[in-house]
Write a protein that binds this ligand. Structure first.
Ligand SMILES: [Mn+2]
Length: 317
């Protein structure tokens, strides 16, 4: 039996960590698992892979036709599978979904192992290991810890639950070295990433009346600095960190009439509602959307809608 594991476009630490951990756990059960993602494996998490984890993402949808089952991780909406969405939707056997995002109208599969109380999908993969009586080896613990630490912003965000820290404690017992993890995840960034951040902060705008702050990534910025979209991770935390800001936005001009949005908020403001108004979604404090239009148009529309929703109390939670 061969299973394909897939996660969202531009896989993050939780997607990659959950995949590597689950691939190794399935191996203990005699199930061969291969990774098939819609976008290339991020360089930042290259070290998570090993000889025992096969990445068949370059084969795209074709690789999905050669497996018995597909498991989709860290996704609640089919469209997050990008170029693999159609292949997954057309599978003869429904995909199994393991996820912690808020439900969407178009899930990637009907069989959902979904828990929005989980800090990360990695926490649910940990539960799977425990329920099956599987061994949390050091490589598995390292992969799961990567998911927990990145999805909680280093155990600082609101999803840092007692349960999340209890799982993290077990992972340390299983051999995770937190200092080495910090060095790998946050202490090994390419210089281009810092230059990109410098440019982004140069665009900072603030509307303190409404408690909003936003930054813009202009078209071609990633290419100019020789970095990829994973290097945008955390940029939107800077506008969110300003005193008095309740809603932070990141506009990324993709350069062909589309703008990718990231929304972040503080306690009391639900940005999932805002993202859904533009066809996106995510979590209450972190969500996103892909919007058609020029940067100027999208900025005007989104900022207008955000002000309107904030003032009417529609984003309260
Ligand atoms: Mn996640």
């Amino acid at each position: 039996m061969t299973v394909a594991l897939s996660t969202h476009i531009n896989a993050d630490g939780d997607g990659c960590g959950s995949q590597c951990a689950l691939a190794r756990l399935l191996g203990q059960m005699g199930v061969r698992a291969v990774i098939v993602n819609p976008t290339p494996w991020p360089e930042q998490f290259r070290w998570l892979l090993g000889d025992d984890v096969v990445d068949r993402s370059p084969d795209g949808a074709k690789a999905l036709q050669q497996v018995d089952r597909v498991i989709v991780l860290d996704i609640s909406c089919l469209s997050r599978l990008g170029q693999l969405a159609e292949a997954v939707r057309a599978l003869p056997l429904d995909a199994l979904v393991i996820d912690h995002h808020l439900a969407s109208d178009t899930p990637p599969g009907k069989t959902m192992l979904s828990c929005t109380a989980a800090s990360a999908t990695a926490e649910l993969v940990f539960d799977f290991a425990r329920e099956r009586g599987l061994t949390i080896t050091t490589p598995i613990a390292t992969a799961l810890y990567t998911g927990l630490v990145t999805d909680t912003g280093g155990f600082r965000f609101g999803n840092t639950s007692p349960r999340c820290l209890a799982v993290a404690a077990e992972l340390l017992t299983a051999g995770v070295d937190p200092e080495q993890m910090y060095a790998r995840i946050y202490g090994s960034i390419p210089l281009g990433r810092l230059r990109l951040l410098r440019d982004a902060l140069g665009t900072l705008e603030i509307d303190l009346t409404n408690g909003m702050a936003w930054v813009t990534i202009v078209a071609g910025a990633l290419e100019r600095h020789g970095v990829s979209s994973e290097d945008l991770d955390g940029v939107v935390e800077y506008p969110r960190s300003v005193a008095g800001v309740r809603l932070a936005l990141l506009f990324r001009d993709l350069g062909h009439g589309r703008v990718k949005m990231s929304f972040r908020s503080v306690a009391g403001v639900n940005v999932n509602t805002l993202a859904r108004a533009f066809g996106g979604g995510g979590h209450a404090r972190a969500s996103g959307a892909l919007i058609v239009g020029s940067l100027v148009e999208v900025e005007a529309r989104v900022l207008g809608e955000a002000r309107c929703l904030l003032q009417s109390g529609a984003l309260a939670d």
